[in-house]
Design a protein around this ligand. Sequence first.
Ligand code: GUN
Ligand code: ZN
Length: 433
Amino acid sequence: MVKIILGDYLTFHHDPFLNDIDTSLTLNQAGAIIIENGLITALTSASDARKNYPDAVFEDCSGYLLSPGFVDCHIHFPQYHVIASYGEQLLEWLNKYTFPTEMKFHDRAYADKIAPLFLQELFKNGTSSAAVYCTAHAHSADALFTQAQKHNMRLLAGKVWMDRNAPTALCDTAQSAYDDAKQGIETWHNNGRNQYVLTPRFAPTSTEAQLEAAGRLWAEYPDLIMQTHLSENKNECAWVQELFPDSTDYLDVYDKYGLLKKGGIFGHGIYLSEDEKQRIYDADASIAHCPTSNMFIGSGLFPLFNCKHNNRPLRVGLATDVGGGSSFSMFATMRCAYEVAQLLGHKLHPYQAWYLASWGSANALHIDDKIGNIQVGMEADIIAINLQSTPLITEKMSQINTLAEQLFAHIILGDERAIKATYIAGEAVYRAS
Ligand code: GUN
Ligand code: ZN
């Protein structure tokens, strides 16, 4: 069966941080996205599509903006209820709110209850793919993968590894984490669109034996993505120096255990030295920029425009980091990234923000050949955006003309009301009522 979505669609042509911004993105008006078996197999005009595919199933989104679905490259599934927790910064926030909530996932039935709520929250915000931390319980990842598979979603997720400095009820061991993750890989990795992710939480909650086991497992499955946290908060950084006195810096802890290489995605990276940035660049590893989280739990300002080596930006994606982050919306996340850049004296162009929220995040996860753009050969993860979702946005849109201005208005004013529909592999998983 051929499925065709009609509307004005966006296509990225290159990375707007590397090449000319103005030509990085184009709007194709009155277009048609031809979808077969979940893949974009052709792009044409609406009139040609109606002529050439008379038997296709048409989704008419004329008048709406079709964008690649958003890709959230760092978010925590068990923190669905942690979002909006008052008054603490990272280490206290983990102990007071996060760990107690994550303990509830001991009960598989609870994980099964939260999984569809979590995914629906992503879909209604236009996020079609995400890299997700689960809890230390192996079945937390099973619950999420099972649910994602019902929607044919490209989900990247893994159980968290944590064998110290956390409540006993949340701790695994080096061996059990290795065994559970191996079982998870065998069960879920490349099963449909699922990808299993190695997820040592962060250096303070893993012993050296556990970090070594994580590095060993990654060496056995080199095509995996590995996600962890790095240099998010000043007290955290000082604690890492105390816990690992032989390491030259925070990044060196991961490097020592084989966790600094291509496919590694490090959450935050606010307080990296120039030398650490260079080693991340040399390793071709990635950073997940989580601006709403960095503001909400008071961590600091990520220097997106100084995250370079010889003027070449590092691989950076955009992420909500819910529940440290204060919104599931990539509009809110782009807005906050813009504001953080402003505070540091830089202008984040709307094409750059949109890129970070879609193809850039996919690039940081090494799946930019599969998702994050509307191009032939890509998987058909697409959102339809209502450009008149509120009276204020409607008024603002009447005053502006360019694509950059229109996207910027949505970055600043948009929220979930602007998402008319979210399509995953060509099928609607969410429609605004
Ligand atoms: N560092 C270690 N665990 C976490 C977490 O759950 N959230 C954030 N923001 N940082 C972390
Ligand atoms: Zn996080």
